[in-house]
Structures are given as structure tokens and as C-alpha cells.
Design a protein around this ligand. Structure first.
Ligand code: ASP
Length: 585
């Protein structure tokens, strides 16, 4: 028996017990006659203790241990003289009467404690050591608990977890595929799934009317802090359902997670149309932990001789409660913020509603106090508030104001990571125009159904941008944590959709023939969604980065610095795959 207990479980009630523990030496404190060792395993840390009454050989042996040595210690549980209330095992220690060295260790490149001295890169290179640290380990524990809750919840609702293939056919829509050459079929390639979308729809045709899978997906996209080339989805699909059924089912799952993980209960999640989300928050994933809704000002600001506003398609602003005392410097900084290339506004107008009821603005030249009062009324501002206004092309300006709103939310401490504000964003547009390729793309994916009342617009290309989809996203704290749609299950409508997206019959047949073929054998009405599991975990863990919740993540350049992938492969491997590389070196 290597151990009788873990390093996290002994308490005062165990005093007097003879125990055997095994773990890693986190720290040794050697005070001459007294030696303490912090022994760590996955469950916690227990203090080992030796003093002048201990066998001197044991003390000698303890002095040979270094950090991260793996040892086994036998001894008696005793009450500690100076207790540590910050540790669950802090009331006891083990008076050691025997050690076995199980393995030695090189000195680790950084300290393996809650606060490490290792930088990001170093900790990634030695991820297996970083994972020994409690906060990192706890993130993976959270992930595990979430996965178990999801599985049990969905299974109780009759969802079946079914695995779908990882080697599939490349499809041109969506993000870029990762491809895998086929040795047995020279010159041909598999793709790794961006999602199991088509397979889960086939499972509906096959009659598995409730499917889910916690599944790895792959997208060869440019990376950002919250993106990984491989990531995990809770992928779900249901048959014989309407949008309402899907929203309720997965709102139920989200509520279950909040309750079990956070002890939080929610009423029905608010629902907002995509149109309203853009109009009032400038984002399809609004952070509604705080207000500061957009107020459109065209009717109160135009016609007063201020050219910038007069010529703008949209003048729109936010009201920052209690910020009228913002200094010149703070306001300049905000102007600089909106002018950064990432935001891209030309400038910012402010109106201070001073506590004495007067106004001070950057446009005093053009607007009388009465004009400013009318604007303030439009905003619903009170003395003490600060109005911040942008103008320009409508959609662009909204997106810019979204950045400013979030920045103000940050500055005013309104984006508390311990507060959760979930909502559904519904009625997304079906199609999205792409300037570069001059064509429409499916905003969600080509299998998403238009709203029945908008279906006729598919016959009029000038109206394509107006078609709404039965598509929905679940958003929490300004983060899109999931999304899905009602699917097209009718072959004729699907064909029409492919034509709209610029596919010829042959091309559609080549790319999606198997799905279309299946739809001729009785496809039930179906719908689904997928949650981004890594993101959901980071949100529940109160962290920004999804990397912290993945055991072995890639860095920002898509590299695994620990294993050194991606890496060149040997010429023989390339030859076997019959891949000729024309490398210009
Ligand atoms: N497959 C979709 C996605 O990955 C989700 C869905 O429509 O179910 O975003």
C-alpha cells in the first residue's frame, strides 16, 4: 500500500492514527533540530514533522530531499502547536517515523506554489509541472465537474452521447479546416471537424432524437486570447422541436450549472433580438451586467450647425451615471481610446451634466444650454452624469460605442466577474454580406432555417440581407457561450439556400451530397446548439482565458511549446503520403 490517506484529508479527529502518505515535497524548512516538510498531492498539503526526538537517520534522510522529490512518509497524526487556519489540514501534522524515497527530481524551473515565480512561457513549456499547482489543478477540477453535470443532466433528459468521426470531409464554408493526408488514398485528404454539424443532423435522420457530445473541434483560424485551434463543444441536437423547446432545454442546462457550481438561481433568461442587441448595445453579445444602453440622438442634435452630427447617419451615445466630475485628462484618455485603430472612431463628444444643473460640453459652440438640456432629457440624464457621444455610419458607430461602453463598464467596476448576466440573442440575420468576395455567406451555417415568415424573401436577392434566421446565441457577461439554430429539413429549401450562397447544383452535391441524400429519406424537423465548453468553464471559473481550463493548450501562435508541435516531418513520411513539398528556402 503506497498510502493510507491523501495529503488533503487528515483532520484533528484523526490525531493518534498511524498513517502513510505519498506525494511531492513542496517545501522543506530546516531549523536544525526541527524539520518540516510540506508534502503535496492532488488533494492538498500535509505537514510532516521531525524533531530532536526523531531518529537522527530520518532527519539526515529528510535533508537529502529536494523540491518535487516523490516520497512516502509513515508516521503518527498529531495536533499542531501553531495551527494554520488557511489550510484544511492546518490543525495537524505527521510525526514521521519512516521515509521511502520513491523518486528524485531535478530542481523545477519555477516554484510550484499557488503564486509561481515562473512566467507564462516557462510554465507552458513545463505544463506538467504547472498542473501540479493548486489554482491550475482546480481549473481542471472545475472542468471535470462541469462535464459530469452536463452529462448527467442531458442523459436524464434522454439525450444520448454519440461519438462522431474525427476524420471527415473538408467543407469550404465556415472557418479554415485542418487537413490530414490519407496514405491509402494518395492526393486525398480528410479534414478534422470544425463541429459535428452534419453528423448530428444525420443522427436526427437516423432517429436518435436527442443527441449530445462533449467533443473536440478544430478550426484553423487566426488565434486570439480566447481562441484555441482545438477546443471543446457541448454539441447538441434534438428532433421534433421548435425554437422554444430548444431554448428552454438548454436554459435548463445553464441554470442547472449555475445552481450546482455557483449556488445561483435565475428567473427566465432575458431574450433580445439581434436587431435590438445591435441597436442598444452595438454587439450581438451584449454585456448586460450593467445598463448604459445606447440612446440615439439624431432628432435632437441635427440642424444646429454642427456639421459632424448633421452629416452623420447616426449620432448615438451613452450616459455614464455619476461621472460628471471626469477630468480633462480622463476625457482625453477616452477620446484616445475610441480613436485607437482597434476601435476606429474619429472622435468623441462629451456633455457633462454638472451637479449644479449646468452643462459643460465639447460642443458648447453649437448647442445652447436648452439644446443640451433636450439632449440630456433624451438620455434620461441627471445632474452628476456624463454623456458620451459618437457619430458616423450607423453600424460602425454602434460597434465603436460598444467598445466605449465596455471600457466605461471596466472603469466604473461594473463588470464584476462574480456577477452573471445570461441572455438569449435571437432572430439573427440568415445571411451576411462579404465585401471582399462580394457574396452572401450564411451567418451561422448553411443548414440554418430562415424564419418561416421571411422565407419568401429568398426569391428577392435585394432583400437577402433582411432575412431573419431561426438562430440563437446564449450570451453571458458579454461572451458568446453557445449558439445554434432550427435546421432546414426540407430538401427544396436547402437547395434554395445553397443557390443563395452561390453553390451550383454540382458543387452543392459534391460538398453536401450525403446530407442532402439523407434528407430524402424522411428527415424529421430538428434543431440544436453547441456550447463552447472551454469558454463556459472559464466564465464559471471567473477567468478571461480559456487556456487556463485546458490541460495542454496551444500558445498564441498555435504552438504546443511543450511537445514542440507543429514540427516538420521526415522525408520518408512525406514520401509515403505522396506529398511533394515545393519549399522555397
Ligand atoms: N455547429 C454549430 C457551431 O459549431 C452549432 C450548432 O448550430 O449546433 O457553431
Amino acid at each position: 500500500m503506497y498510502r493510507s490517506h491523501t495529503c488533503g484529508e487528515l483532520r484533528l479527529a484523526d490525531a493518534g492514527k498511524e498513517v502513510t502518505l505519498a506525494g511531492w515535497v513542496q517545501r522543506i524548512r530546516d531549523k536544525g533540530a526541527l524539520v518540516w516538510i510540506d508534502l503535496r498531492d492532488r488533494y492538498g498539503i500535509t505537514q510532516l514533522f521531525l524533531d530532536s526526538n526523531s531518529d537522527p537517520k530520518l532527519v539526515e534522510q529528510a535533508r537529502t530531499f529536494g523540491r518535487e522529490f516523490v516520497i512516502q512518509a509513515k508516521g503518527t497524526v498529531i495536533e499542531r502547536e501553531s495551527k494554520n487556519p488557511n489550510m484544511p489540514t492546518g490543525d495537524i501534522e505527521i510525526r514521521v517515523n519512516g521515509f521511502t524515497l520513491l523518486n528524485s527530481s531535478k530542481t523545477p524551473p519555477f516554484t510550484i506554489e499557488d503564486n509561481s515565480d515562473g512566467g507564462d512561457d516557462l510554465r507552458m513549456k513545463y505544463r506538467y509541472l504547472d498542473l501540479r499547482r493548486t489554482p491550475v489543478r482546480q481549473n481542471l477540477e472545475l472542468r471535470h465537474r462541469m462535464a459530469m453535470l452536463v452529462r448527467n443532466y442531458l442523459s436524464d433528459l434522454n439525450f444520448m452521447e454519440i461519438e462522431t468521426p474525427m476524420l471527415i470531409k473538408s467543407t469550404p464554408e465556415g472557418a479554415r479546416d485542418f487537413v490530414v493526408p490519407s496514405r491509402m488514398n494518395p492526393g486525398e485528404f480528410y479534414a478534422l471537424p470544425q463541429s459535428p454539424q452534419q453528423y448530428k443532423q444525420l443522427l436526427m435522420v437516423a432517429g436518435f432524437d436527442r443527441y449530445f457530445q462533449i467533443v473536440r473541434c478544430f478550426r484553423d483560424e487566426d488565434l486570439r486570447a480566447d481562441r484555441q485551434p482545438e477546443f471543446t463543444q457541448i454539441d447538441c441536437e434534438m428532433s421534433f422541436v421548435e425554437q422554444e423547446d430548444v431554448l428552454n432545454t438548454f436554459e435548463g442546462l445553464a441554470k442547472h450549472l449555475f445552481k450546482e457550481m455557483k449556488g445561483l438561481e435565475f428567473d427566465q433568461f432575458p431574450r433580445m433580438t439581434w436587431h435590438d442587441a445591435m441597436k442598444y448595445y452595438g454587439s450581438d453579445k451584449p454585456d448586460i451586467r450593467f445598463g448604459m444602453k445606447f440612446v440615439e440622438l439624431n432628432e435632437v442634435v441635427k440642424g444646429k450647425g454642427f456639421g459632424l452630427f448633421d452629416n452623420a447617419e447616426l449620432v448615438v451615445g451613452i450616459n455614464a451615471l455619476g461621472c460628471s466630475e471626469y477630468t480633462r485628462k480622463q476625457l482625453d484618455a477616452l477620446t484616445e481610446f475610441v480613436k485607437r485603430p482597434q476601435v476606429g472612431a474619429g472622435g468623441m463628444v462629451y456633455i457633462k451634466y454638472n451637479t449644479d444643473g449646468t452643462f459643460k460640453s465639447s460642443v458648447d459652440k453649437f448647442y445652447t444650454p436648452d439644446d443640451l438640456k433636450a439632449i440630456a432629457e433624451k438620455f434620461g440624464s441627471k445632474p452628476g452624469d456624463l454623456m458620451l457621444i459618437l457619430c458616423g455610419e450607423a453600424m460602425k458607430t454602434r460597434v465603436q460605442l460598444n467598445a466605449l461602453r465596455l471600457e466605461m463598464g471596466n472603469q466604473l467596476g461594473l463588470r464584476d466577474p462574480n456577477k452573471y448576466a445570461p441572455l438569449w440573442v435571437i432572430d439573427f440575420p440568415l445571411l451576411e454580406w462579404d465585401e471582399e468576395t462580394q457574396r452572401y455567406y450564411a451567418m451561422h451555417h448553411p443548414f440554418t432555417a430562415p424564419k418561416p415568415e421571411d422565407e419568401a424573401l429568398l426569391d428577392d436577392p435585394s432583400k437577402w440581407g433582411d432575412i431573419r434566421a431561426n438562430a440563437y446565441d446564449i450570451v453571458m457577461n458579454g461572451v458568446e457561450v453557445g449558439g445554434g439554430s432550427i435546421r432546414i429539413h426540407d430538401r427544396t429549401l436547402q437547395n434554395k439556400m445553397f443557390h443563395t450562397l452561390g453553390f451550383t447544383d454540382e458543387k452543392a452535391q459534391e460538398q453536401f451530397g450525403f446530407l442532402m441524400g439523407a434528407f430524402e429519406y424522411g428527415a424529421p424537423p430538428h434543431a440544436g446548439l453547441a456550447f463552447g465548453f472551454d469558454r463556459l468553464c472559464s466564465l464559471f471559473g471567473g477567468a478571461d482565458s480559456i487556456r487556463d481550463f485546458i490541460a495542454f493548450p496551444k500558445n498564441n501562435a498555435g504552438r504546443d511549446v511543450m511537445s514542440g508541435s507543429p514540427a516538420p516531418i521526415a522525408q520518408e513520411q512525406l514520401d509515403e503520403l505522396q506529398i511533394g513539398l515545393n519549399l522555397k528556402i
